[in-house]
Ligand binder design. Structure first.
Ligand SMILES: Nc1ncnc2c1ncn2[C@@H]1O[C@H](COP(=O)(O)OP(=O)(O)O)[C@@H](O)[C@H]1O
Ligand SMILES: [Mg+2]
Length: 311
């Protein structure tokens, strides 16, 4: 197969931990041709979606991880499958990409995750569909609503709706001297909707990333344990990743969501679970495949490629 990966600029990817590169390597190992497309090189001309694509030859060397061939122009439908792997922010430019990719899909391209499903799915708000699994959660813009939530629970996490990697996450207690400033900053003086969630103390045992591939729940999570003095478990915020078998509750949450999300065309999903609570459903560019494979031998990236061979 010819497999195209729409990715952030190659020089910014970290080959020792990047899930997209792990999938590229797995694809090549299974005999497929790998292409990289940068978001900026996607275009829609007279109704046809095409892109400048660079053929890549992957190596196992993390210093010099690919050799690029001569770039060519391809209709997206010329690939057997296309993986959209761009990181948030989920801004208007991201939404525009989903519109272009939706047109490509109409022209016969197979694109994962399904662009419409990605557009319809807010990584933060999507958990509210499964509120039986969430801690008390508020999505609001008015300062008085956020204030009332903090007063009610005393210890909360505030999050922007378009962030990732722990960016813009604040833990705020009722008596925090910076409470009002944090609310003003995060909500940009009442002009941005934010999420407030009861603080879950089990974060000290890690923010568990559970991967679901084509509706199949991977048996290990990666618990991302915050470093000392840090509220955020994200690896990008210095968290330490420890792979562990799913708990019965992890499995209950993941098995409930798996068929629902897969039916929507979400092939690669990364749930975040803290203690017994679902806190985020990542669908733009879920990661942690490399860490889980290194610690458990569970070949998640290869599972993705095998799934792509079937769908
Ligand atoms: N309800 C919560 N209780 C405790 N910590 C939380 C809660 N929600 C988020 N966090 C902390 O913030 C980090 C990032 O949260 P998350 O919602 O997954 O956003 P991001 O998109 O930045 O990963 C988590 O790893 C965790 O440390
Ligand atoms: Mg997260």
């Amino acid at each position: 197969m010819k497999i195209a990966f729409i990715v952030d600029p190659l020089e910014g990817l970290k080959p020792y931990k990047d899930s997209s590169i792990a999938m590229m390597r797995a694809a090549q190992a299974r005999g497929h041709q790998v292409f990289a497309i940068l978001r900026k090189d996607l275009r829609l001309r007279d109704g046809v979606v095409s892109a400048r694509a660079v053929p890549l030859t992957l190596s196992a060397d993390n210093h010099d991880w690919y050799a690029a061939g001569a770039p060519g122009d391809f209709a997206l439908s010329a690939f057997d499958t296309v993986l959209m792997r761009q990181d948030p922010p989920f801004d208007f430019e991201y939404i525009t990409a989903t519109w272009l990719l939706e047109r490509a899909k109409a022209q016969g391209a197979k694109i994962w995750n399904d662009p419409r499903a990605v557009r319809d799915h807010s990584e933060k708000i999507a958990i509210t569909e499964f509120s039986q699994f969430t801690a008390p959660t508020l999505v609001a813009r008015a300062t008085e609503d956020i204030d009332a939530f903090i007063d009610e629970f005393g210890d909360v996490i505030l999050k922007p709706l378009d962030g990732m990697g722990g960016s813009g996450i604040f833990r705020v207690r009722r008596d925090d001297p910076n409470r009002n400033s944090i609310i003003e900053m995060l909500g940009q003086l009442g002009s941005q909707t934010v999420m407030a969630q009861r603080y879950i103390p089990a974060i000290s045992a890690g923010d568990k990333r559970i991967l679901i591939i084509g509706g199949e729940v991977m048996p290990y999570s990666l618990a991302r344990i915050p470093k000392a003095g840090e509220s955020r478990g994200n690896l990008a915020a210095g968290g330490r990743g420890v792979a562990q078998a799913l708990s019965p509750r992890d499995r209950e949450i993941a098995e409930t969501l798996a068929p629902i999300l897969w039916a929507r065309g979400l092939l690669i999903v990364g749930l975040d679970v803290i203690g017994d609570y679902l806190t985020e459903i990542n669908v733009t560019s879920p990661t942690c495949m490399v860490e889980i494979e290194a610690q458990t031998g569970c070949t998640v990236a290869t599972t993705v490629i095998k799934m792509l061979e079937q769908v």
